[in-house]
Each structure stands twice: as C-alpha cells, then as structure tokens.
Design a protein around this ligand. Sequence first.
Ligand SMILES: [Zn+2]
Length: 341
Amino acid sequence: MKAAWIEQFGGTEVINVSSYPEPVRKTDEVLVKMLAATLNHHDIYLRRGEAGRCALPVVLGSDGVGVVVDADPSSSYRVGQYVVIYPVLACGSCINCKNQLPHKCISFGMIGGERNGTHAEYVVIPEKCLVLLPQDLNPHVAASISLAGLTAWNMVVDEGIAQSGEQALVFGASGGVGVFVVFLLKRLGVTVHAVTSSPAKRDALYSLGVDHVLDDQAAAVLRHTAQLPNRGVDLAFNCVGGSTWRYTLPAVRSGGRILVCGTVRSPIAEIDLRQIFYRNISLIGCTMGTPTALSQILSIAATDSKFHVPIDTTVSLDEIVRQHDRMEAASLVGKIIIQMA
Ligand SMILES: [Zn+2]
C-alpha cells in the first residue's frame, strides 16, 4: 500500500511517500481503509524526533476517517461502517485510565507515533480508538476534528471551563487547533482577542468570529488587555510558545487560567514565576482529550448549522512533503486535508 513514512528523524527529506507493508490485524483491532486524514504539528515533532520514544520505521498521521474492512466477529464495528479515529493509546489500568482520562495515561502514546499512523491507504486501529462517524457529517470535517478539534474541546470545555461573558486571549488562532478554540469559545459566548504576527491573516481571523485582532507585540497586547473589565483576560490559549510567554502571563487577570497545547515557535520560554503565584494563575497543559469529548464535538459538528472548519487545502498523499514545509512556516489558515480515497 502507499503510505507516508519515515525510517530516520530529520527534515522533510526523510519522508518517504512510497510502498509500505499492509498492516496485519490482531484480535481487538479493526482494519480501516482510510478516506481522509489531516496534517498536525505532532507529525512534524515526530518526524524531527521531538515527540518522545518511537520505533522506526513508522507511518505518520494520528487522525482521520475511514471505512471498516475487517474486524472480529464479536466487534461492535461492522464491515462498511464509517469510523473516526481517536488518536490516543492508553494502558487501560493506570490511575488516570481508571478515572476515564486515557489522554492522561501514565504510558500515553499516539497512533502515528507508538504505532503506525493514518497517512496510509490502510491502518490497523485498536477497537477502543474508534468512534462511529455521525450521520450526515462530512468525512473531511470529521477527520479535521479527530485530533485538533478534540484538543480544542479539552482546552476550552473540560480544562478551561470557559463561561459565557468571559474574555479570552488566543495565540495561534488560525492554526489547526486554534480555529476550533475560536469556534468553541464563540459558541459559549466568550469574547475572543486573537494575536497574530501576520497582517495577511487579519481578515481570516475576523471571518472565524474573532472579536479583536491584535498585533503580536508585547506593548500592543498588554495595552489592550489592561483596559478590559478585569484588567486582563480570564483565559489565555497559547500554542505558540517562545517569547509570547513574556506577555501571556501579564495579560491574564489575577485568578485567571492559561491553557497550553503547543510550541509552534519555540518550546523554551522565560517566565516570571511571581506572575503565577502572587496572582493565583492556573497553568494547564493539554494534549488530546477523552473519547467522550471527541463524540461531543463530532455531534456538534453534525448538528450545529454554525459549525465551520476552514480547510486550508486538500491534497493527495503524494503532495504531503510540501505541506510539512508549509505547516512549519506557519503559512496556513485551518486544516490541511490529506485525501486517500
Ligand atoms: Zn493508563
């Protein structure tokens, strides 16, 4: 079968888009013919060797939608059913798994990481890593939700507990997770202030529903947030990292919370810890979310007429290398869809 895979870590030159052995299904696993997947920053971190332990070679890709082609006779999935992939691999027995929080598993792993991923014509997926595609939901939309929408739900709803009337500051609002963060915040009645370093993205951000677009400069951001009713935002979402942390902390009101899900610019940040404890700020890291969260956001996407996910571009597997370059250059708005069939 055709797949995008690596046998060493490095730049985009290490990506092979070529023949790869077809996966062999074991008990409790489902063989899925992929329809669509998307590109996520996790694919880039993995390819560079920055995503933790991972045996090589490995097929990239953690999310997506496909059709069941083989399953156990006792499986709850039938041949021909459309399924959405839940990217989290969890042990099922640690303290967090017992508390129904597999994304916090002590032995956390990911499809397209600790096992072969979805940028392929076929993939074998543990049955517990699948949910049914809701009726009437476009497979490309569902594929884009499978990882990025799930993480956004975790940040906004389960961990951020965003409330109507609150003010939120969002870094990376045009990115894969950011577009879902903005949608969910607006749906809950939160005022959204988005920071961008790209003037070309201003119109796109307003069309996503952002209320105020701010230039990515410390003085501009802090001047704007200081005049808000609570002298700062209630919540900040930062998936950018690096120097943006110098003005993320002071932009948040006392008692506010900061959600972190990425480091697109740099994983290293210098912060003044006094800003956290003297002002009782909560700093919350987020990766993925629960299977219930995935089902909830898929259900909203299928039933809320206002739901919209911007698709930056749709490509075949053959064009995936160039899309890695584009994602690393942060030159896109929304999701890159990889169409397999
Ligand atoms: Zn576990």
